[in-house]
Every structure is written in structure tokens, then in C-alpha cells.
Write a protein that binds this ligand. Structure first.
Ligand SMILES: [Zn+2]
Length: 158
């Protein structure tokens, strides 16, 4: 028995915030704005996991009105969500994701992101894909105002 899920997220880039994507702190003059650490990739991954089992979305599970999640480390949220998936009797077959950012370059950070995320999810490198794209200077992402991410995950019954 397989279930597929897709997740999407976008956060605005702003001064005075750390840029954290895929659990990795990235050197950049701006960071992503959000109630939590605004880790756009992990948020997209979380929504794909929840979507695959038709569970509540990330905003319902971790409301941005709840002070408990202010500045929350998204890797902790991901751990919680994956334990939920496993308690429902599923595990990841494979996960494919994109980070869409005009700058900075994501490529140098992807190996570290994969290391962190594979460890949390208990999967191998060949089960996790993280790709980096730009928006060819078009729209808000292309103008460096925001960063987007999306994720597709296939879950299989344990
Ligand atoms: Zn988010």
C-alpha cells in the first residue's frame, strides 16, 4: 500500500533574520521571515508527509498564533511529524524536493541538508533528493524577495 503527498511553502526574505534551509544555516545578508525559524524546505517536506496521509496541514498542527512555536526549530517539528507518520504505519519510500531561490547558491549546502534530513527521517541518501532552482529573475522569488520550496513524498506501509 502506497500513499503520495505533495507540499509547498514560501517565505519572504528580510533583513535581521538567519537564513535556515533544510536545517542548515546559510550565509546570506537576509533570512526568511516567519513565526518559527521559517525553514521553507522542511515546511514543504512536512506538508507533503501530512498530505500523503490526508492529515492536518502544518499550519493546523503548529499554529503561528501559538507562542510555543515562536522561533521553533523546524527539525524538531519534522521529527514530531515523522513519528506521527510512523505511528500511522507508514515510512518513506522516497522523497523528492526543490528549493527555488534566486540567491544565494544552495548547491554548496545540499550535502549537509541531506545528511541532517536523512538522519531525522531514518532514510538513505538514495531515498532523498534535494534540487536547487532559480526563477530566472522573474517574480518575487526571482527578484530575491522570497524563497520557495516544494516536496513530493511516497510513503509505503510498514
Ligand atoms: Zn513555512
Amino acid at each position: 500500500m502506497y500513499r503520495i503527498g505533495n507540499g509547498y511553502d514560501i517565505h519572504q526574505l528580510t533583513e535581521g533574520r538567519d537564513l535556515i534551509i533544510g536545517g542548515v544555516k546559510i550565509t546570506h545578508e537576509k533570512g526568511l521571515l516567519g513565526h518559527s525559524d521559517a525553514d521553507v524546505l522542511i515546511h514543504a517536506i512536512i506538508d507533503s508527509l501530512l498530505g500523503a496521509l490526508a492529515l492536518d496541514d502544518i499550519g493546523t498542527l503548529f499554529p503561528d498564533t501559538d507562542p510555543k512555536y515562536k522561533g521553533a526549530d523546524s527539525t524538531v517539528l519534522l521529527k514530531h511529524v515523522y513519528s506521527l507518520i510512523k505511528s500511522n504505519g507508514y515510512e518513506i519510500a522516497n522523497l523528492d524536493s526543490n528549493i527555488i531561490a534566486q540567491k544565494p547558491k544552495m548547491m554548496p549546502y545540499i550535502p549537509k541538508m541531506k545528511e541532517i534530513l536523512c538522519k531525522i527521517l531514518g532514510i538513505n541518501f538514495d531515498q532523498l533528493s534535494i534540487k536547487a532552482k532559480t526563477k530566472e529573475k522573474m517574480d518575487a522569488v526571482g527578484q530575491g524577495l522570497a524563497i520557495e520550496a516544494n516536496s513530493v513524498v511516497l510513503l509505503k506501509k510498514i
